[in-house]
Write a protein that binds this ligand. Structure first.
Ligand SMILES: Cc1cc2nc3c(=O)[nH]c(=O)nc-3n(C[C@H](O)[C@H](O)[C@H](O)COP(=O)(O)O)c2cc1C
Length: 317
């Protein structure tokens, strides 16, 4: 059972496209992320052996427990993709029924499925039945304001064999707007029929908020997305607050060291040019709150040699 390999309460890095690659995941793991997910990967692309997608599902054993996350809109492609990723021996396979982006949801993948619940359940069941590895689902509370069926959907997903459910407290229509509504997540968790672990997700941006929401909503785990970008330290801070300790504040030296490590690992993995592009999403986040960061940021954004970026990072004060 998946629940047996998870801690009693998990704080994990939420999957994020072009962010939670194996280099960043490994850093978050070191700082205490209890569970990891790959970036979402297209089932179609996996079946066609697209190199970039195969690269996205690779992971190292230090990352366990880890899920490979797949998306798609048909029983055939999702089951074929699940069978393919099973060969990579993830601890579980996560189906993405939550992405609201037009190019995904518009085709009935991700949260696009939330206006056709029978199809969502049928495909999920087919995936569960097609593999031996546990299957989990990450989804949203509903399609739009008038259609928030998550409490029933959670029961149905459990009934077809899903072993973990992560819920982002927004509808598809909300995208990332408004505040995440955790009351429905709590309703799922407090439903007597539910036995599988329920992870809550949405807007957790500090260890204080993590513990507050843990206590208030009683979930089995919390996934942190945007607030972990360039801030892997949040996992260690969460660990400390869970042990009743005051969370530490990472020093500038630590931030520089980890950012350099991240950049160099990316360079080794995807090459200099791609690493430089992908790392642009991280600098402002690593150095959030550092006064006078703007001139450094401008230089970091323009630089096209890793060696020079390292020099700039070392100058930050
Ligand atoms: C840039 C970006 C990429 C994302 N990519 C994925 C993804 O690949 N799979 C997924 O399930 N969710 C994805 N999400 C959603 C996050 O995992 C998470 O559910 C959402 O950001 C809410 O959590 P947060 O408020 O802690 O960020 C993405 C979010 C962002 C901002």
């Amino acid at each position: 059972m998946l629940k047996d390999i998870l801690p009693e309460f998990s704080v994990g890095l939420s999957p994020m496209d072009e962010i939670t690659n194996k280099e960043f995941r490994r850093i978050c793991k070191r700082y205490g992320s209890d569970v990891l997910f790959t970036e979402f990967v297209s089932s179609d692309a996996l079946i066609r052996d697209v190199e970039k997608s195969i690269e996205k599902i690779s992971f190292s054993s230090v990352e366990r427990p880890i899920a490979i996350q797949i998306f798609g809109n048909s029983e055939q492609t999702l089951t074929m993709a699940a069978q393919k990723v099973e060969k990579f021996h993830p601890d579980f396979i996560d189906i993405n029924w939550g992405c609201p982006m037009k190019k995904i949801a518009g085709k009935g993948s991700g949260s696009g499925i939330l206006n056709d619940i029978p199809k969502m359940i049928q495909i999920t069941k087919a995936v569960v039945d097609s593999v031996k590895v546990p299957v989990s689902v990450k989804t949203r509370i509903g399609y739009d304001e008038s259609n928030k069926p998550i409490v029933k959907v959670a029961e149905m997903l459990q009934d077809v064999g899903v072993q973990l459910l992560s819920i982002h407290g927004r509808t598809k229509a909300q995208m990332y707007k408004a505040e995440a509504d955790w009351s429905l997540i709590a309703e799922v968790k407090n439903n007597q029929r539910m036995k599988i672990p329920i992870f809550g997700n949405g807007d957790i941006d500090s260890p204080q908020k993590m513990i507050d929401y843990k206590n208030r909503y009683g979930v089995d785990g919390i996934l942190i997305g945007r607030a972990a970008v360039g801030n892997p330290f949040i996992f260690e801070q969460c660990k400390q607050i869970l042990k009743n300790n005051t969370p530490y504040t990472p020093s500038l030296e630590e931030k520089v060291m980890v950012c350099k490590e991240h950049l160099l690992a990316m360079k080794d993995s995807v090459g200099e040019d791609r690493a430089i592009v992908l790392m642009k999403k991280f600098y402002s986040r690593y150095f959030l709150g550092i006064q006078n960061f703007k001139p450094y940021k401008m230089r970091l954004m323009e630089e096209n040699k890793v060696e020079n970026i390292i020099n700039i990072l070392e100058e930050i004060e």
